[in-house]
Ligand binder design. Sequence first.
Ligand code: ADP
Ligand code: MG
Length: 268
Amino acid sequence: MSLKLENVSYIYEKGTSQETAAIKNVDLEINKGEFVAIIGHTGSGKSTLIQHFNGLIFDKDFDLRKLRCKVGLVFQYPEHQLFEATVLKDVCFGPKNEGLSNEDAWIRAKEALKLVGIGEEMYEKSPFEMSGGQKRRVAIAGTLAMNPEILVLDEPTAGLDPEGRDKILQCISDLRENRGIGVVLVSHSMEDVANYADRIIVMNGGEVMYDDVAHKVFAHYRELEKVGLAAPQITYVMHELKKAGYNVDENIINLEEAKENILKCLGR
Ligand code: ADP
Ligand code: MG
């Protein structure tokens, strides 16, 4: 399944003095199994945009039920929505709500918890006994238990320590590799985006400013800086090396490629 938005606009508080055009004439398509990142300054429309992906903001006569199952949306701070007494019960909630039997819901939930690296010893714990990173992974499991084809996550690493952050990113990347689930990741970290995403959509003032493969987007780093963004730090290092007379590729966006390129340039 691919996901297509055609000329989508959204206005909050229409007709009042608070009226805000949050997204304007957005055209984009997310293809099957793709890993797409969305970046943009605060208020640029990222959250509003991704809420259109599963029809949270949509025409009333649209068949939302089907779409909701195919596109799993993980909100910012999803752990705030955990409410059941145990981890397992919480992850079972969605599948049960979809009409699955207790047993089938358990199967789905256990599989989802395994995918996010939450072991059986945690099943009967209260979500409130867990670390911030664990809670968030439980919340993501709740969405995965619905078997989505595309997983959309709004800043899933916000507020986590480096360990919690790496675990979440690794888990998202594994889901994509091992299960072919498409991923749309809203992120503030240019490093994370450069390490994981194939394609980057840059939002600015509610409009799509760039939509291209990662290294091409970051080649516009001067323009990105004007809208409060940047290239990954390593890209700046490569530009400095180039200026200093080394024949490196200045459009490199991650450490792995940089290492290879610098060694090659040094003739090793
Ligand atoms: P981002 O996720 O990139 O920070 P948002 O989609 O949250 O951007 O916001 C886009 C614009 O819409 C901003 O100007 C924001 O203030 C406004 N906005 C977002 N949510 C609401 C809302 N519930 N009511 C009114 N305005 C909103
Ligand atoms: Mg947001």
